[in-house]
Design a protein around this ligand. Structure first.
Ligand SMILES: [Fe+2]
Ligand SMILES: [Fe+2]
Length: 280
């Protein structure tokens, strides 16, 4: 149950993070980790745009709008702020503001209320996919980080993202009662959103990090594909495939025996997809 009655108290804040204790030497020369953390900070801080869109889309649903405004958006913004501060501690020469402005300008056209799900029920299911992706991504960063303070930040963010999943799932269940959709229709929407995971936000965020960090080198699709393939190598070792698949299929409310067959099948498929090398 999502509580929206009491003022939301965050479970952690930037003041809890020992930034002064960062073991800079183990990460400062790792370009992939710099790109991962900086690009993630861009995507998180843009949450004010996503929140504005969702607020418009769910106007009239006071419980959902209050939860989005009082819990979801401030936590997403804090994720961005925590990662930004990490970047400024480890890579102080990086002009974060300039990179972020480039990303915001590039990505804003993709961020419109008109592009949200075809119905309120299906958009809630789609948000569960997004939060499955973010919670699993930060679990991977926590597990794989070569630096302990970054692992701590990623762990806090991962826990928040799991909470977001639970919130959206709660609202999804409410909408399913009011405006039901068939399991098949929900599955199609989940699949559509999974297929979008490789969409523009990650590419544009990494591109704008590169444009500021290495302006002398043009950043092309192939550079992004190479970067993504190196991240996939991290994923094969550190990504929580099984929990992610369980979260992904939960909105389908599959009967137990079907779930027991489907989950291992999808986990195996996801591992093979990540283990392969894409050239697209
Ligand atoms: Fe987040
Ligand atoms: Fe989230």
């Amino acid at each position: 149950m999502v509580s929206t009655q009491k003022p939301h108290k965050p479970s952690w804040s930037l003041g809890d993070i020992a930034y002064e204790g960062i073991d800079r030497g183990v990460i400062v020369d790792n370009r992939d980790w710099f790109y991962l953390v900086a690009a993630s900070s861009f995507v998180e801080i843009l949450s004010d745009l996503y929140a504005a869109n969702l607020g418009v889309y769910y106007a009239g649903d006071d419980e959902a709008c209050e939860w989005l405004a009082r819990k979801w958006e401030p936590e997403e913004m804090q994720h961005g702020a925590a990662l930004r501060r990490y970047v400024s501690c480890v890579w102080p020469d990086f002009d974060w503001e300039r990179g972020f402005e480039g990303f915001r300008a590039d990505y804003a056209p993709y961020c419109q209320t008109a592009l949200l799900g075809p119905t309120r029920t299906l958009e809630m299911a789609a948000r569960c996919v997004v939060e499955t992706g973010t919670s699993s991504f930060y679990a991977m960063l926590r597990n794989a980080s070569p630096e302990p303070v970054l692992a701590e930040v990623a762990g806090h963010i991962r826990d928040d993202e799991v909470g977001h999943y639970k919130g959206f799932y709660h609202f999804y269940r409410q909408y399913q009662k009011r405006e039901p959709h068939s399991r098949w229709r929900v599955a199609r929407e989940l699949w559509r959103r999974v297929a979008e995971v490789d969409s523009e936000d990650a590419y544009l965020a990494v591109r704008n990090v590169s444009l500021v960090h290495a302006p002398e080198r043009p950043f092309e699709r192939k550079d992004f594909i190479q970067f993504r393939n190196r991240v996939r190598a991290l994923m094969t070792r550190h990504y929580p495939f099984q929990p992610a698949v369980k979260m992904l299929v939960k909105p389908l409310d599959l009967p137990g025996p079907v779930r027991n067959v489907v989950i291992p099948f999808l986990v195996g498929g996801a591992r093979r997809v990540v283990g392969g090398r894409s050239t697209r």
